[in-house]
Design a binder for this molecule. Structure first.
Ligand code: MRU
Length: 371
């Protein structure tokens, strides 16, 4: 996507320096910082501390992480056990997003199938680059399939703005290009459909107000930042036509894990008869499970992310303590929206209902534990 006229992605391989580089999203929108990832520990820290975040991007970073691990390994690069253990450390960086395991396993398998160290390094880099390109294309297709949903609403409203509510950041910063939830929005906008986006701020780390608002603004899309609790009110007053969110892991039966607060938006959408769509590439499906509430691990992060709010203070990024300094806080990072609250999925293969039957008929080739 373009930022101030320049093509940019949240992760890339710099051929000149031979390094993997990422935008450090912790400081957006106030500072634009690029980091090199040159060791396995760098990659783990970038995922854990959320320099990179969002399911498809975590998957791509994990994929590059295998390459980085091999480059760093030198004479240990032909030791299968060493590589498998390092990959396990990469996969342990965050527990909820399916894409991390998918990306790491895919590149690890490719590398392990090569006999020499040099071939392993080369194959790992090529496979990681392929993951990145495939995910970019998947998001482009999600945009194309999602366009018809937005267009239909626009036509019903005789061209008046389509008001779309989204939660967290499921934009290109969370993916490679276009985003998942934002892909239909960008595609509609690029096709001259009038869209306006309600951007949930998404406490505690404000991925909505910091990242989604920044992205949409850079693309020229009309948007308004709202508190996480405003959505229900707006829906009751006819101010939301459509909800589109991303997901970190979705079961083969259609239960959706996404940023904490998504479930409440789905409940409010159901109560107000507003379509609630989830956009995702197939790398986010967990083909092995059906019960999201029982089987998707929900990450609990540092309570200080709740207690402190970060922002720009006269040109300097500062953290401010909000509650009494002794009050404990709990930071559950995701929740699960049951399939019954989901109108449908927008995927790279088309749109389907949130049922095991419909999902599996779109992806008949995906069997349990298929990578
Ligand atoms: O904690 P984060 O910022 O990694 O959470 C991201 C989300 O919840 C996104 O909505 C999800 O990954 C979908 S990304 C296209």
């Amino acid at each position: 996507m373009k930022v101030d006229g320049k093509d940019i992605r949240p992760i890339w391989y710099n051929q000149d320096s031979g390094t993997v580089q990422v935008i450090d999203q912790r400081f957006l929108p106030h500072e634009f910082i690029v980091e090199d990832l040159t060791t396995t520990d760098d990659v783990i820290e970038a995922i854990k501390d959320m320099y990179v975040r969002g399911a498809p991007l975590i998957g791509a970073t994990g994929a590059f992480g295998v390459y980085v691990t091999l480059v760093q390994a030198n004479n240990k690069g032909n030791d299968d056990e060493y590589l498998i253990n390092e990959c396990k450390r990469l996969k342990d960086a965050r527990p909820t997003a399916m894409n991390l395991f998918w990306g790491v396993d895919r590149v690890m398998k490719t590398a392990l199938s090569q006999a020499s160290y040099a071939k392993r390094v080369e194959a790992a880099l090529n496979e990681a680059l392929e993951v990145v390109e495939e995910e970019a294309q998947n998001c482009r297709k999600i945009g194309e399939y999602g366009l018809s949903i937005v267009r239909e609403i626009s036509e019903k409203k005789n061209g008046k703005p389509v008001n779309i509510l989204t939660h967290c950041n499921a934009g290109w910063l969370a993916c490679i290009e276009y985003g998942t939830a934002t892909a239909p929005i960008y595609t509609a906008f690029d096709n001259s459909i009038d869209v306006h986006v309600w951007v949930d701020e998404t406490r505690p780390l404000n991925q909505g107000s910091r990242l989604t608002a920044w992205e949409l603004g850079k693309h020229g899309v009309n948007h308004t930042v709202i508190t996480d609790n405003a959505g229900g009110h707006l829906m009751q007053h006819g101010m939301v036509d459509l909800v589109i969110v991303g997901t970190d892991r979705t079961t083969r039966a259609g239960d959706v894990a996404n940023k904490i607060g998504t479930y409440l938006k789905a409940l409010a959408a159901k109560d107000n008869h507003i379509p609630f769509y989830v956009a995702l590439p197939s790398s986010t499906f967990d083909w092995d499970i059906t019960d999201g509430i029982a089987d998707i691990p929900i990450e609990e992060r540092d309570p200080d992310e709740i207690r402190f709010v970060q922002g720009d203070c006269n040109g300097e990024i500062k953290n401010v303590l909000v509650p009494p300094k002794d009050s404990p806080a709990a930071n559950h990072a995701f929740d699960v929206t049951p399939a019954r609250l989901v109108t449908g999925f927008i995927t790279e293969r088309g749109v389907c209902k949130a049922t095991e039957n419909d999902i599996m008929s779109l992806f008949p080739d995906k069997i349990k534990s298929d990578l």
